[in-house]
Ligand binder design. Sequence first.
Ligand SMILES: [Zn+2]
Length: 443
Amino acid sequence: MSENVLLQRSSKIIDSGEHDPQVDPINPLTNELHELNEQVAVITSFARVVAVKTNAGIVLFDTSTGVATEKVLSELRSWSQDPIHTVFYTHGHLDHVSGSGTVRQHAIDRGEPAPRFVGHQNIARRWARYRRTNQFNLDINSRQNNHLANPNFTIGPNAEARARGVNTFVPEDVVEPDTTFTDVFTENIGGLTFSVRHVLAETDDHSWIHIPELKTVIGADLISWNFPNAGNPQKIQRYPAEWAQALRDIIAVEPELYVPMHGLPITGHQRITTVLGDTAEALETIVDQVVDAMNQGHSLPRIVEQLRLPTELMAKPWLRPRYDDPEFMIRTVWRSYAGWWDGEPVTLKPASRTDVARALAEMVSNGLTLKAAAEKAVADGQLDVATELATYAAAATPEDPEVHRTLAEVYATRAESEPSTMCKGVFVDAAERASAKATELGG
Ligand SMILES: [Zn+2]
């Protein structure tokens, strides 16, 4: 057990704004218990487990992955022999909950009552979704983390599933919350108030916990000492706007200790304000730019091209994009406010890549222009391929009115051939825009 090393390290990094990861790892995965003060300890597993001593027993936040949990519990027992009174889940991601069966069994083996498990009502719904899409989740997690794969890599739910040698993403012995809540859950346990607030953030089942007597916040994955995991291309919707608001709300309760489930704990209200405020600002600037551009009628690809990422904030040691790519967040924000379509008419019902590739190869071997190739595709009855070629033609020679005229004709023809109102609406609009452009250019 080492004392406050993690707090010293985070203070050094935040106060200097500088960081050498070789000297000061921000996400040590040693499964060691660190006492942060007399009542609060963090165990550096993946994800972290936080323990709080109360007069009624230990209150635990998360349970880590199953492979680490035995070690987590032995570290915990070096710090306190009190029974575990309650386990709070910060959210339902498997690196946080997979050890729950082991924690429950640990209490039973000690002849103590099984602890109560408290979590947001959406946690069970998440696990039901994981079970419904079991193989898909095994696949996407394997893909997301495969550059980390090696025989010694024993962290994360993916390694967890491998270690168990089974093909179930959600462990069979995971403990569903027996006490759930919708927005807030407040309770005094052994002399301390646990004020739990649900927020939409990385997930829809996230909560952060304020313990006012200890001026402490347990911050779930709202801060991970990485650029927020708000853009993840393979995962379900994230909530960057609400995430930023949650960080502002935490700053407002003026905690002196902030304990995240990844990375380093932070001490001192000023430092907490710096890290949480910077993170909120990074999220807000992307959200605001995307929403403004949407209101100006820009398509998603154009927004991705034009948006200015907060590069200065991304250089801070607590916001470096080592996990998620901030550009991906643009798409998350779009998806928060729009349908799946990216706003480019050409992608609404795209031609197959094979058909477009064949048409391009033929175009090159016949020495045709893009415009001529588009017209040939119309004549061949391949309207979707014609749309792609005419779109390229208009992009390549935007000052040529004739290519816009061709594009307008292709869309007008396609609008007539489509049965659905939704499709006709987009294609008619595209035809009108291309036609107006051609007229504007004098065509
Ligand atoms: Zn996590």
